[in-house]
Design a protein around this ligand. Structure first.
Ligand code: 3UK
Length: 508
């Protein structure tokens, strides 16, 4: 069934304060390498931070941009703001000064909270903005955000479930980032429908996400899901590597692990040389881009755990099509998550015939209300309660959703739509291949054919023999027109900060 949200509420109450009323005060809400934060301490620090933000002059509706690493203060700032009616806007910490200057300006934020680690990009951004720069708050420790102040509790600012609550910037493959404005109810909806009803998150879960909190995927994985269920979040500020993620799995014994395909591939390579105890992990989750079936298979072989692939987006907040422990098919995005409705449409907006490809539109109550300052983008993407994902999908005979690429990455080869992801999946199955990206390239006749860029595993040679073998492999297992006519060996693929291959950068 649905979920009931009171007509006036503040979402910090069910995510933070409720746990005290339910007797979880002494329980660990957050664990890091150096500290454990109980639910009682979390609630206190959220209140103190909210009061500190009010004391700096922030009022309900004002935005606070956050360039903050994964650490407990991220939680205090995010929830302290929300409890006071202030709108937090966590942004990608891997961006450059020009990106930050744009987001500070676009959001019109009244405060910038930032971790000193990012000074090399944040300081020039502020300098570039000159007199338009907002006040900045350097997040060095709890005291810097006022969280050491013992004081009265913070009165929650009441709002309607559909009122603005927080934003996330969505970085499409083209154009400037867009601020997706999320509502009070959105975290409740995503946590309940994906967290609880799909993954079965409970208060016994320990959630560890290699994907960072600034990414909507990480924000759900390592903050909203455990807080919604009364579980524990594990935070590590470092950039994830196979070694650091393995260390964290062994130290914190998470029950749920969240990664992205690129990292799973790198971890698999590292598992050749290291044994890692995944015994605590009841499920691994993958999102951000499609997880090739071959990675699923090898991961299961090596670790004994399965990876649940699911597709989510910044606009929908979290995963809306996903595999489940009790219903999964490798190489697919699974089925619609409860509470969400999917439609695959043709270019005229009609539903395609079963089995045909088309553009995926989604409906669900966690969808962003609009893009800030971008009425045209809003009107194109959010239509009649539906969200255009910009992704091409088809359903197999059993109804599992199969990802075929960003709508703008799809190739027409010989007049037939051809999915780069499908070809990449075949190439990745070859033992010499670590990663691949396929794009369209015009042949001598000006006709588009697939071209493959390949990153090899260490010690492998990219010569003519391997190229022939890769082409033969594709010819054998894919429709004949789909084999790559050119194979190029490269040391790495262009990726976004969240690990998505930027195929547009490879197009000639
Ligand atoms: C692509 C996938 C195939 C797809 C996200 C989980 O990735 C997230 O959000 P973004 O806004 O990007 C959205 C786009 O990424 N994508 C994501 N997951 C998959 N493609 N299979 C997948 N499993 O193009 C989508 O439109 O960065 C992921 C939860 C929250 C998120 N925001």
């Amino acid at each position: 069934g649905g979920i009931t949200i009171p007509p006036r509420f503040n979402v910090a109450v069910p995510f933070i304060d409720r746990h005290l009323a339910e007797g979880r005060g002494a329980k660990a809400a957050i664990r890091t390498a150096s500290e454990t934060v109980s639910y009682a301490a979390l609630a206190r620090r959220v209140d103190a931070t909210g009061r500190a933000l009010q004391a700096r002059g922030l009022r309900p509706g004002d935005r606070m941009l956050m360039i903050v690493k994964d650490c407990p203060a991220f939680f205090y700032l995010f929830w302290g703001a929300i409890k006071a009616g202030i709108v937090p806007v966590p942004v990608n910490t891997l961006l450059r000064a020009a990106d930050y200057a744009y987001m500070i300006d676009d959001s019109g934020c009244g405060l910038l909270a930032w971790s000193p680690e990012y000074a090399a990009e944040v300081e020039p951004a502020l300098a570039q903005l000159g007199s338009k720069a907002p006040p900045a708050l350097k997040v060095t420790d709890d005291a810097s955000i006022g969280a050491d102040a013992a004081g009265p509790t913070l009165e929650p600012h009441l709002a309607a479930p559909t009122d603005d609550c927080f934003w996330l910037y969505s970085s499409g493959s083209t154009g400037r980032p867009k601020g997706a404005v999320h509502r009070q109810r959105d975290m409740v909806v995503a946590s309940e429908f994906y967290g609880v009803r799909t993954l079965g998150v409970t208060e016994t879960d320990i959630c560890y996400s290699a994907a960072k909190l600034f990414f909507a995927y990480g924000l759900g994985n390592a903050m909203t899901f455990p807080l919604w269920a009364g579980g524990t979040a594990v935070l590590d500020p470092a950039r994830p590597t196979p070694a650091s993620t393995f260390d964290n799995v062994e130290t914190f014994r998470p029950t749920l692990y969240f990664g992205v395909p690129t990292l799973y591939a790198a971890q698999l390579a590292a598992l050749e040389a290291r044994q890692v105890g995944f015994g605590s992990v009841r499920a691994c989750v993958s999102a951000g881009e499609a997880l090739p079936a071959d990675i699923f298979r090898r991961w299961q072989e090596k670790t004994g755990t399965i990876i649940l692939d699911g597709i989510g987006s910044t606009e929908m907040l979290h995963i809306f099509l996903g595999n489940r422990l009790d219903d999964y098919r490798p190489g697919t995005s699974g089925r619609a998550v409860p509470g969400y409705t999917a439609e695959i449409r043709d270019p005229d907006g009609n539903r395609v015939q079963p089995g045909d490809s088309g553009r995926l539109w989604m409906k669900g109550e966690s969808a962003a209300a609009y893009y800030w300052n971008k009425p045209e983008k809003t009107a194109q993407t959010m239509v009649g309660g539906w969200l255009d994902t910009g992704d091409t999908y088809r359903q197999d005979a059993d109804g599992y959703f199969i990802y075929e690429g960003r709508s703008d990455d799809m190739l027409k080869v010989g007049g037939i739509w051809c999915s780069p992801v499908e070809i990449e999946g075949c190439l990745i199955g070859h033992p010499a291949v670590l990663e691949s990206a396929v794009v369209g390239r015009a042949d001598a006749d000006g006709l588009v054919k697939p071209q493959a860029f390949i990153v090899l595993k260490p010690g492998q040679d990219g010569g003519a023999t391997l190229t022939d073998a890769l082409m033969a492999r594709c010819k054998q297992s894919l429709a004949p027109y789909k084999y790559p006519r050119w194979v190029e060996y490269v040391s790495e693929l262009p990726k976004t900060a969240t690990g998505k291959i930027q195929r547009f950068k490879l197009r000639g």
